[in-house]
Design a protein around this ligand. Sequence first.
Ligand code: HEM
Length: 480
Amino acid sequence: MSAPITTPADLNNVQGDVVIGFSKRFESAVFFQIDNADAFRKQLAALVPKITTAAQAASDKDKIKEHKRNGGKDLLKISGLNISFSQTGLTALGITDDLGDGPFRDGQLKGAEALGDSGSTVNGVFQPNWVPAFKNPIHGVIIVSGDSHATVEERLLDTKNTLKLSPQGGTCHEIIRLNGAVRPDDQKGHEHFGFLDGISNPAVKDIDTTPFPGQETVAQGIVLLGREKDTPPRPSWALDGSFLAFRYLFQLVPEFNDFLRQNAIPGLSPEDGAEFLGARLVGRWKSGAPLDLTPLKDDPELGKDPQRNNNFRYDFPEDIQTQDRCPFAAHVRKTNPRFDLEGVPPEKGGPFSTENRRIVRRGIPFGPEVTPQEKQSKTTTQERGLLFRCYQSNIANGFQFIQESWANATGFPPFKPADQVPGFDPIIGQVNSGTRSMTGANPNAATASLQLPTEWVVSKGGEYFFSPSLPALKTTFAKA
Ligand code: HEM
């Protein structure tokens, strides 16, 4: 493909979850290695008709809406399935075309040091503190989602049988399976630190045709290869595929909560001061209400209202960007700086578009709720966190840039008062070894530096994958 295609994609050709998310309460990611490429390709031909397309994912969402409108309180039985391949997976299948994405080609392990993952250098080679499974080649990942654990198990069993995924005489075998689940009761939709997640994703042109107020629309080629604003050259079969960045992120929840209590913002009750500090670190209150709209107290109605909860730009009319309302380093401001870049005046070289930095996030929490013992000891003993996934057409512009050049970059965003170096994104900003700090945590002392623990979010692995279109799966990947 030499020039991007400006017509919109056919949703029957795009795998589900890329531009239209799966409707899910439970999800499993099965990472696999291919043992017999020819046999795998043959079995893949049988699996392709079973893969959930974006059109089906959209129709599932409509069905759920209709069910709720009719007063349905139970969950409809709905599941989703997709498949993606790493560079080593393409190589194992004998697919030699270069997809034109550096981080994908190199694999995430090679980039772990630059991402800031903790680890150590052994014989001149950086070894991240990852679980062993992600230190060996992973050829692909199958994602299965559903309304219940049973639905996921059923669909996964069928998928494994169809693909002949088995350690004995199969076409491929499982390297590691990770299971995610939406958190229970009033924590539904909240990640493990307690904050409502999944609020802000870009709308995709000609697909999300009625964006919520404040939701920016991006060209299709920001997510899909070969479409408008994707950066060629790509092999022609890459059209309507997308790169998936997967990260296995552990969260140290009792330690996070203890830090909030120890460093509570003064002048409030200890609980309110801790709550306020948490909101300053994320940029939203636990309810999802953005600090930029409600800087001093939570507003749960605002938090859950999609017509209002993303309608802000960090553009309150000061002459210079400030952190009065929201710290520069707050997670949501670092990862989507909005007016901090888009509002830079021409005399300072702006405005800077952030369109090609946008990613479509599809993560899900994993692990149990914090136990009373963990709460009491303020120490994590059970593994929990986020199975982070995001889609984009260019990993270097999307996930990798956000992590390395925004979250980990202490000077970002660039146009701010000289005495207020933002520091690390306190949630995901990281440095291989060393200390982290930020300014602006206390709105009454914006220049004060707050020392942060080395990490609350610990990377334990990950990989970059390519999610091919349905036509590419049929013609380039499968074999009749
Ligand atoms: C365990 C790790 C993480 C946690 C607990 C976390 C938590 C959150 C929360 C609570 C929000 C606000 C809700 C929303 O706007 O949807 C958010 C937004 C966001 N996060 Fe994360 N996140 C994590 C990892 C990451 C990573 C690894 C990246 C990318 C490198 C990332 C990028 C974003 C982006 C782009 C937004 C939307 C910002 C906006 O548009 O305003 N997050 N995250």
